[in-house]
Design a protein around this ligand. Structure first.
Ligand code: PHE
Length: 349
């Protein structure tokens, strides 16, 4: 090999090894392979050579040219990788997509009140049960003494799935499953059924200040020998006084629900207007808070319990309504608004 070419190759290799950035490599490319680069310049020496020499010299210069181009490309690739890794490692250890000052979350007011009610009922010996939001027609209606085409279904128009299942329109939809789950302990061991089951419910509603298509209820049932309306009143009064930390004004009116007999509406005086009348209480001064009653014999039968031997009460507390009362929220739609300004102001007690 021509000694000049050999020397240039050694010099080039040394300089590539020293280059520590892709910018250094680009400078080397210009210095060696650019228009006036030292390898390009070698070609100019061809004119003084014999035709024989020209051939081998030309070949060697070309070989050096492609060697230089390949080494530069390979080294550039390596350095690029290192540079990216360095950049990644220098990113500070926090989530840059987090909005500022959102490092603390808060519970939704419905969750706060639900947990409070759960604590109170647990302390009175009730089990807390969970149930699915998608249920069958049997669970939501048939097992609750509401046969097909019964007018009571009109008040509970909900959302139906193509397979015939539906989004539960009330937490009562879990009653049948609860009776079946606990009936053996009741019948064989004399353990009373005492359970509450909070849940999200859905109805095909036109929305206004006190109606939403999605809301929360908390159902409770107690079944044993000799359970009466006085047991029901005792548990409801105890629970509501705990939640509001005072003795509330309540009233019991007759109410019709096919799955209780007799059935009642338990109302509390509206805490927003103090009983004078406002949009939240439909200007009546009272808020329907808790429909309730003695469990209908047919419903007990459907749950595998003999109504001749056992009786029980059931209530369907309007959890969403209770939240509105407790915190003085005037419009039910605020609760599903997703507005953090509204929803982050509530704190657990
Ligand atoms: N499930 C009824 C409703 O949502 C309420 C209710 C529950 C009534 C339990 C009586 C007993 O309208």
């Amino acid at each position: 090999m021509n000694s000049k070419i050999a020397e240039l190759k050694i010099q080039f290799e040394a300089e590539v090894a020293k280059a520590s950035t892709t910018a250094d490599l680009e400078a080397l490319r210009v210095a060696y392979l650019g228009k006036k680069g030292s390898i390009t310049e070698l070609m100019k020496e061809m004119k003084d050579l014999t035709p024989e020499e020209k051939k081998s010299f030309g070949q060697e210069v070309n070989r050096l040219k492609s060697f230089a181009a390949d080494s530069l490309a390979q080294r550039t690739e390596e350095l690029k990788k290192q540079e990216i890794e360095k950049e990644i490692n220098s990113i500070p250890d926090f989530d840059v997509s987090m909005p500022p000052s959102m490092n603390e979350g808060s519970y939704h007011p419905v969750t706060l009140v639900q947990r409070q009610c759960e604590r109170i009922f647990r302390s009175m010996g009730f089990a807390v049960e969970d149930y699915s939001e998608i249920v069958t027609d049997y669970e939501c209606f048939e097992a609750l003494n509401i046969p097909k085409h019964h007018p009571a279904r009109d008040m509970q128009d909900t959302y139906y799935l193509e397979n015939g299942q539906l989004l539960k329109s009330h937490t009562s939809a879990a009653q049948n499953a609860i009776y079946k789950k606990y009936k053996d302990a009741l019948i064989n061991d004399g353990v009373p059924i005492k359970a509450i089951f909070p849940g999200r419910c859905f109805r095909n509603e036109a929305t206004d200040a006190c109606h939403e298509n999605t809301f929360f209820q908390m159902e409770g049932v107690m079944v044993d020998k000799d359970i009466s309306i006085s047991n029901l009143i005792y548990f409801m009064k105890t629970m509501l006084s705990e939640v509001f930390q005072k003795d509330l004004k309540v009233r019991l009116r007759p109410g019709f629900f096919p799955f209780v007999e007799p059935g009642f509406e338990l109302d509390i005086s509206c805490l927003i207007c103090g009983g004078e009348g406002c949009p939240s209480c439909k200007h009546s001064g009272w808020l329907e808070l808790c429909p309730c009653g003695m469990i209908h014999p047919e419903v007990l039968k459907a749950g595998g319990i003999d109504p001749e031997e056992y009786t029980g009460f059931a209530f369907g507390l309007g959890l969403t309504r209770l939240v509105m009362m407790k915190y003085g929220i005037k419009d039910i739609r605020d609760l599903n608004s997703g507005s953090l300004k509204t929803l982050t102001q509530f704190i657990d007690e």
